[in-house]
Design a protein around this ligand. Structure first.
Ligand code: FES
Length: 181
């Protein structure tokens, strides 16, 4: 008398089917998590962080000053690059008696080198490739394709000048909200 193995085959086949499904589900999950993270991350708007630049009385009218600070958007491993700076110029009060400021990122609009302010000539100059900007931040000459990037600022009730912590500006991702420009 011979025993046929036929009755056990469907069970084994079912087992391998489920195993295949399980591997497929695991692979989908492993590959899908980064993709979902990317989608969610791009949709989620990061909360802006504010930086206090100090009392507005520290800024004499018409004088451009470099203010440095530790950027709260930085990471622990950023090192020196976490030390950011902006050029601030107090422009006086407007007709509504509101204080007006010009706040410019130090990063050159060409490749991001920090520009220097020369009050004698009233120009910002970039040491990397010779980009030059007027006091207003407009491009004067050299390779930069545009002027310096203006930062979002606000005078708060505490009498201090605050700015939105600046990320690294680029032509595609300027510091300003595109809707404000
Ligand atoms: S980085 Fe400033 S001119 Fe190139």
């Amino acid at each position: 008398m011979t025993h046929s193995s036929t009755p056990t085959q469907p069970e084994r086949r079912t087992f391998f089917h489920w195993l295949t499904y399980a591997f497929g589900a695991a692979a989908t999950a492993i590959l899908g998590v980064p993709f979902v993270g990317f989608l969610v991350g791009s949709l989620r708007k990061k909360k802006a962080k504010a930086v206090n630049l100090g009392s507005i009385r520290a800024f004499p009218e018409g004088q451009t000053r470099l203010v440095t600070f530790t950027n709260p958007l930085g990471q622990p491993w950023d090192g020196m690059t976490a030390h950011a700076g902006v050029y601030v110029c107090y422009l006086g009060k407007d007709k509504a008696e509101s204080h007006q400021f010009r706040v410019l990122a130090v990063n050159c609009a060409h490749l991001g080198c920090p520009v220097s302010w020369f009050p004698q000539s009233g120009l910002f100059m970039c040491p990397c490739h010779g980009g030059v900007y007027y006091e207003t931040g407009e491009r004067a000459s050299g390779p930069p394709p545009r002027g310096l990037f203006p930062c979002v600022w606000e005078v708060k009730k505490d009498g201090n000048l605050w700015i939105e912590a600046p990320h690294y500006p680029s032509l595609q991702d300027t510091l300003r909200n595109p809707a404000d420009v």
